[in-house]
Design a protein around this ligand. Structure first.
Ligand SMILES: [Zn+2]
Length: 403
């Protein structure tokens, strides 16, 4: 039987960098973003016109004039939409000035949004606005005789279709074959690029180690071997700065020039926080995945925790969700095992030595406790991490037995 065998020997990997475009290049980026938005909105408008009869019957149904809304119109088709676009472009010269694969991508994106809507996974696709925080476009990399339309040249320049050679901050090496690149403009007016690559899987480096991770409030995490990973101190400093800048913003008259200036400042601090956090989580998850063969974590329900205001802040600070996502895909890349222990498993209440359940430890203020049965003194988080690892290994051995 082939169950469990990897089907493909490649995976996708993203690389993100800051771009430093010249003024002309920035204008071309903005033009491309604008043309993508325009084409997306035009295709959406056409579909909405086709859907109009659905809305009319829906209204009659809601008013009780019809027993049900049985009207089924033509569904959105990205292919048809692309053909419409090609026709329209013939008489619209400015659309020819930007990368055509970017517009194609925007229309495909609308197709995916409609598919999700038809499957009832998401709401109706909405028009894109100039005011959205995220302004971006994605260019596809086409290959001709092995040379890509998107490629790195002269160490820290990237060639982009219809834009040319753009300077970027190459903070790490890019490996694999470039599939596409997304240029993004932030609210504060900076440009970033995300390059998606297809990478061949490396032979797995086996490790002897296993670890359980308990994510905390005071510290970011505690490992089952007792290692404590604190939250980087500069997070708090940045948060203080953010609060200060937000307070200043609240005193400005909405819409005034100073208000806009201050808004940009706030956006910049937000960006700094997001970058610092991502950097911390990327490095930590890579280290843990490289060092261990098995990683066991707890299935924390972020939504449940959000009900408690104070806890919520700490949880979102800890970026647990993001961290778990990184561990998931990195374990996949490097052939490691990630086990998720059920959220109803009382990792902090069980004594790791004798398995006695001490319900008093439920109170998160208790940092250290003595087991009433075997009298072991526990650090709350270290004990929890040990339990998470033990439970993870138990789940794995159960899976082995049942095949
Ligand atoms: Zn005990």
């Amino acid at each position: 039987m082939d169950v469990g065998k990897e089907k493909s020997d490649t995976y996708h990997k993203g690389f993100k960098f800051r771009l430093y475009p010249t003024n002309e290049q920035a204008i071309q980026f903005n033009k491309t973003i604008g043309c993508c938005r325009y084409s997306f909105n035009l295709a959406l408008k056409k579909q909405k016109e086709k859907d109009l009869l659905w809305w009319i019957t829906e209204e009659m149904f809601q008013n009780g004039q019809l027993l049900s809304n049985e009207w089924k119109g033509p569904r959105f088709s990205a292919n048809t939409s692309m053909k419409d676009h090609t026709q329209f472009k013939k008489t619209t010269p400015w659309l020819k000035e930007v990368d055509s694969t970017a517009i194609q991508n925007a229309i495909q994106h609308l197709g995916e949004a409609y598919d999700a809507y038809y499957k009832k996974e998401k709401g109706r696709p909405k028009f894109k606005s100039k005011k959205n925080d995220i302004q971006s476009y994605t260019s596809k990399c086409n290959y001709n005789k092995g040379v890509g339309t998107i490629r790195i040249v002269d160490e820290n320049y990237i060639i982009l279709p219809k834009v040319g050679k753009v300077l970027f901050a190459k903070s790490k090496e890019i490996d694999g074959k470039i599939m596409n690149a997304t240029v993004r403009r932030t609210p504060s007016g900076k440009y970033f690029i995300s390059i998606l690559c297809e990478v061949k899987k490396e032979p797995t480096q086996l490790s002897m180690f296993e670890t359980g991770i308990d994510v905390g409030l005071k510290n970011f995490a505690t490992l089952s071997d007792g290692t404590v990973i604190p939250n980087p101190k500069h997070f708090y400093r940045l948060e203080e700065t953010l609060k200060k800048e937000q307070r200043i913003l609240s005193r400005r008259i909405v819409g005034s020039q100073n208000w806009y200036k201050q808004k940009k400042k706030v956006a910049k601090v937000h960006e700094k926080i997001a970058n610092a956090r991502e950097d911390f989580l990327q490095k930590l998850s890579t280290t843990l995945v490289h060092e261990n063969q098995v990683i066991s974590i707890e299935d924390i329900r972020v939504k449940n925790l959000l009900k408690n205001g104070n806890l919520a802040k700490a949880i979102s600070d800890a970026s647990w969700y993001e961290f778990r996502k990184m561990l998931t895909y990195k374990c996949k890349w490097y052939g490691k095992t990630l086990v998720v222990v059920g959220s109803n498993y009382a990792s902090s209440q069980l004594c790791h030595t004798c398995n006695y359940k001490n319900k008093e430890v439920k109170d998160t203020a208790i940092r250290e406790w003595e087991c009433p049965k075997c009298h072991t003194i526990h650090d709350r988080d270290h004990n929890a991490a040990q339990n998470i690892l033990a439970e993870g290994l138990r789940i794995l051995s159960e899976m082995d037995e049942t095949g």
